[in-house]
Write a protein that binds this ligand. Structure first.
Ligand SMILES: [Zn+2]
Length: 389
């Protein structure tokens, strides 16, 4: 196999530092039976690190294994914590960029929840692009229209004052092609502002958030590699922030009239490099500790459920031998309930189901939701031991 090349800065000196074989290729595809879920397609992950720009990526990612259809379900909008973040973000962007009576494009808009916030609050017109969008009779807005497709240059006739793209770039095998295509679609229109948001690769490594490594994410950006990508694809970076308790990075930019070059020496690079070198050993240790904990619950005959059937929950259940010890996963998203977890086959249930199941231990897959999960349990009149994974 030829040496991998960094998909962001194109450097050819790449360090391969972790192998995670045989994982489900789609954490967020829903399965109607446990049997089908267990036979979900799988792929291999081999993480590469670019010491030049700090980018991390799956060096053996096979784009042909990916499929985004309407069965793809990754909306976080059922969580009050996430809704509050999205509302504050929309408000901030509207005020900062004077988004009133403007046209906004949202690339990878899902069902249009965030685009709706931006448009409703600022009286803007929104155009959402997403191949997994499905028309919903209950959700119509005079502000919004949708294109059920990937965004590309062929939609250059859709002009916008503001282009937003959240939680998309990390799915793309060739992020440079995508950004260059957006840049060409913008052309000479200098007033356009851009907002991108991706998971924070530095957070993943620093906090050893290993369940965030999923096949769908072929790219793990840090602030340095994200800025590098935009600067070398014809944009001027206005601001890079950590968001959502450090779990995301956001970037604001505008088109630059001239070719730009990456600013050297992102200050976070030494810390990231250090985290990369200790990752493999830390990963193995974390898996081993969880195996011991799960064996302990089994010995005490404690009933355990996982809360959160998103990517983290799916990867946790697939990484550990839980087939007999954990049979249910709770999720507040009604579109997931009654379906089964890819690869490991647990049934996804509603919080109310716990009044029947009465688990002793609840494994919370994302600590950011701990308060709302505890409140839900209190409202159901239930008690359990809560552990943030
Ligand atoms: Zn690089």
């Amino acid at each position: 196999m030829p040496n991998p090349q960094c998909p962001v800065c194109l450097a050819t000196e790449v360090t391969l530092f972790a192998d995670i074989p045989n994982v489900p290729t789609h954490c967020n595809l829903l399965w109607a039976t446990a049997e089908a879920a267990c036979e979900a397609p799988r792929g291999d992950i081999q993480l590469g690190f670019c010491p030049t720009c700090g980018h991390i990526f799956n060096a053996i990612f096979a784009p042909a294994l990916m499929e985004y259809t309407q069965r793809y379900e990754n909306s976080l909008h059922f969580s009050p914590r996430f809704q509050s973040y999205a509302m504050q973000l929309a408000q901030r962007l509207i005020e900062k960029y004077a988004l009133y009576n403007k046209t906004i494009i949202d690339i990878g808009c899902g069902q249009g929840d965030f685009l709706d916030l931006l448009c409703e609050k600022g009286q803007n017109q929104g155009i959402g692009f997403d191949p997994s969008y499905w028309p919903n009779a209950e959700f119509t807005s005079r502000h919004l229209s949708f294109v059920q497709d990937f965004y590309s240059e062929k939609y250059a006739s859709y002009t916008a004052d503001f282009i937003c793209c959240r939680q998309v770039l990390e799915h793309l095998h060739k992020p440079r092609e995508f950004l260059l295509s957006i840049r060409r679609a913008i052309g000479p229109k200098q007033g356009v502002k851009i907002f991108f948001e991706v998971p924070n690769g530095l957070f993943m490594l620093r906090d050893l958030s290993i369940w965030d490594i999923i096949y769908e994410h072929c790219a793990y950006f840090c602030a340095g590699s994200l800025a590098n990508l935009f600067q070398t694809c014809g944009f001027e970076v206005l601001q890079v922030n950590e968001e959502y308790a450090g779990q995301f990075i956001s970037l604001e930019a505008r088109p630059s009239p001239k070719t730009t070059f990456a600013e050297q020496c992102w200050p976070g690079l030494p810390e990231l490099t250090q985290n990369v070198s200790s990752f493999s050993a830390n990963f193995a240790q974390k898996i081993q500790l969880w195996q011991q904990d799960l064996a302990g619950f089994a010995q005490k005959q404690q009933r355990v459920v996982v809360w959160g059937a998103g990517s983290k929950g799916v990867m946790f259940l697939n990484a550990l031998p839980v087939q007999n010890s954990i049979r249910y996963v709770v999720d507040i998203n009604p579109r997931k309930q009654g379906m089964f977890v890819a690869g490991s086959g647990q049934e996804i249930v509603s919080p109310a189901f716990l009044t029947t199941l009465r688990p002793a231990v609840i494994l919370i897959m994302n600590a950011i939701y701990e308060a709302e999960i505890r409140q839900t349990m209190t409202n159901l009149g239930l008690e359990a031991e809560f552990i943030c994974v």
